[in-house]
Design a protein around this ligand. Structure first.
Ligand code: GLP
Length: 233
């Protein structure tokens, strides 16, 4: 695990955008795993600023979002689908057929999870996955206790995660379930970049810098992967 520390969020975001764009430069057909939350917004802003000048960045890029809330549709203001349109997809030349997000409104959620796993495999697997970090160490929506070999599935959200994400829901009614890639799915990505910024994450960072590998702390699974960069501000 390689660590890079930054004085502020702007510097972290600039480095993350550099890694993002560098990956497209090295392989225009890259398959990204993409996060949501507050942390990656600065990265997406910078990627958009550059890619709207060079309108061909995303022509052959494929993306898979890590997670989506269950029970709400793509056009719900709090959905990650809306988030991705606002922060990235509406501003770049990505082929919408290659920009994948789990369908939280699918009639059969288990079938949707299996379909998502198949789609990742059919795309050749994840090349570079960006992750954010929850205060309790969650990655995607894999909460403490998640098996490290878990695959894409429906999960219940913890009360603390629902509170942390309440601001995205006007009525404060955060969905109780979500679809998330599993930790096993994430670990199969060829490279991983973990972005850590925001208040309340100090304990999680100290824990991750330690050697503990424990399902009680989901991000510690990243110690099992050979190519992880952690950017922290
Ligand atoms: C959410 C998302 C995660 C994200 C995390 C951190 O629950 N499902 O993928 O990494 O919270 O969010 P933030 O960057 O807003 O702190």
């Amino acid at each position: 695990m390689k660590w890079e520390s930054f004085d502020n969020y702007e510097a972290l975001s600039a480095r993350a955008a550099e890694l993002f764009l560098g990956a497209i430069h090295d392989d225009p057909r890259i398959v990204f795993g993409l996060p949501t939350g507050r942390t990656p917004i600065g990265m997406y802003d910078r990627v958009v600023a550059i890619c709207s000048r060079q309108y061909h960045c995303f022509t052959e890029v494929t993306t898979f979002n890590l997670d989506e809330y269950a029970g709400i549709s793509c056009d719900h203001p709090g959905s990650y689908c809306t988030y991705m349109r606002e922060h990235l997809f509406d501003h770049v030349d990505v082929d919408r057929k290659r920009a994948h997000i789990p369908d939280g409104k699918a009639e059969d959620l288990a079938a949707e999870c299996a379909r998502y796993e198949r789609a990742i495999r059919n795309a050749g697997g994840l090349g570079l996955t960006f992750l954010g970090l929850g205060r309790n160490g969650h990655i995607g929506f894999n909460e403490p206790g998640t098996p490290f070999d878990s695959r894409t599935r429906v999960v219940s959200l913890t009360a603390s995660t629902r509170t942390a994400n309440a601001s995205c829901f006007a009525d404060g009614e955060v969905p109780r379930e979500a679809i998330t890639m599993g930790i096993g799915t994430i670990l199969e990505s060829r490279s991983i970049v973990l972005l850590v910024s925001g208040s309340g994450k100090e304990d999680a960072v100290v824990r991750l810098r330690g050697r503990e590998i424990n399902e009680a702390f989901p991000a510690s699974a990243l110690h099992l992967h050979g190519d992880v960069q952690v950017l922290v501000s």
